[in-house]
Design a protein around this ligand. Structure first.
Ligand code: ZN
Length: 291
């Protein structure tokens, strides 16, 4: 079945559906049981929040959503690690990389002030802006996805005020290029030369261009910090590859393309600049630990 991305015709934000069969009939969320509708190739077009996982954190305009799998269907207890290869989780990662909109619906069973009193309420379109793998409360790996609500949609009804996360307050695309004072300082230290390939981009006016790349991403759920020991001066190509897990950095600062993992460069450092090893480890775990 080919996925439909966006709000189906005839459906509006805030609409309440009696049950999962009703939600399916409207074209909002086809599966009757699974929380995620997705595949690795097409991406995920819809999720339902139903309160199945302790790590979920619903703040209205942004949601930390636990991926699928590893749960015993009868006891609801987790008994194994979640995997980035299961269709729903892989689908949400594809949607993150491609910037595809995901329909979000909340069941009355979701433990959140944004849940409806009964039935399932359609909350509109969100973008997957991040994901990470953590050890959950029951000792197994879980995948936490961050979804941010797309702007310029009808407000949803709720009993609570949405929380604004300042790092993401102006999010409109899935990949953010943040230029803080610290990023500018690191970029000028390298005179805009990429620490991986040594290339500098120069515009027609002679302006040198590079990007400040946070190795451990800022904001929830990653909580990386905006300090020099978490920043690299990179060209846009290598910044993009870093952000989508297309390259990995070893503890010795060797840089490899994934999935072959054959090193092709070493990070170049100048003067006072160091990269905290725990940040490159975090980046590797973010993209590769669930495999
Ligand atoms: Zn480069």
């Amino acid at each position: 079945m080919v996925k439909f991305f966006g709000t189906p015709p005839g459906v509006h934000v805030g609409q309440i559906f009696v049950d999962r069969a009703d939600l399916r009939a409207a074209g909002v969320h086809p599966p009757l049981m699974n929380g995620i509708h997705g595949t690795a190739v097409e991406g995920a077009d819809s999720i339902v929040l139903a309160g199945g996982y302790e790590e979920d954190d619903d703040q209205g305009d942004f949601i930390i959503y636990t991926g699928e799998g590893g749960n015993d269907s009868t006891t609801k207890k987790q008994y194994k690690d979640q995997s980035v290869d299961s269709p729903g989780n892989a689908g949400l990662i594809t949607s993150q990389l491609l910037g595809l909109p995901v329909r979000v619906s909340r069941s009355h069973k979701a433990k959140t002030p944004f849940a409806p009193p009964a039935g399932i309420r359609y909350a509109g379109l969100y973008l997957v802006t991040d994901h990470k793998v953590v050890t959950g409360s029951q000792g197994f790996k879980v995948i936490l996805f961050r979804l941010d609500r797309l702007p310029e949609q009808e407000p949803y009804e709720s009993n609570a005020q949405p929380t604004v996360d300042p790092v993401y307050a102006t999010t409109t695309v899935s990949r953010r290029v943040r230029d803080s004072a610290m990023a500018r300082k690191v970029k000028s230290l390298y005179n805009h030369e990429c620490q991986i390939c040594g290339v500098t981009l120069v515009t027609n006016t002679g302006l040198r261009y590079s990007e400040g790349a946070h190795v451990r991403p800022l904001g929830k759920p990653h909580l990386g910090t905006d300090v020099a020991s978490n920043l690299l001066c990179l060209c846009p190509n290598h910044h993009t590859l870093l952000d989508v897990g297309g390259l990995a950095i070893s503890d010795e600062y060797a840089v490899s393309f994934t999935p072959t993992m054959a090193p092709f460069a070493e990070l170049q450092f100048k003067q006072w600049h160091v990269m905290e090893v725990s940040n490159v480890q975090y980046h590797r775990n973010q993209w590769f630990s669930a495999n």
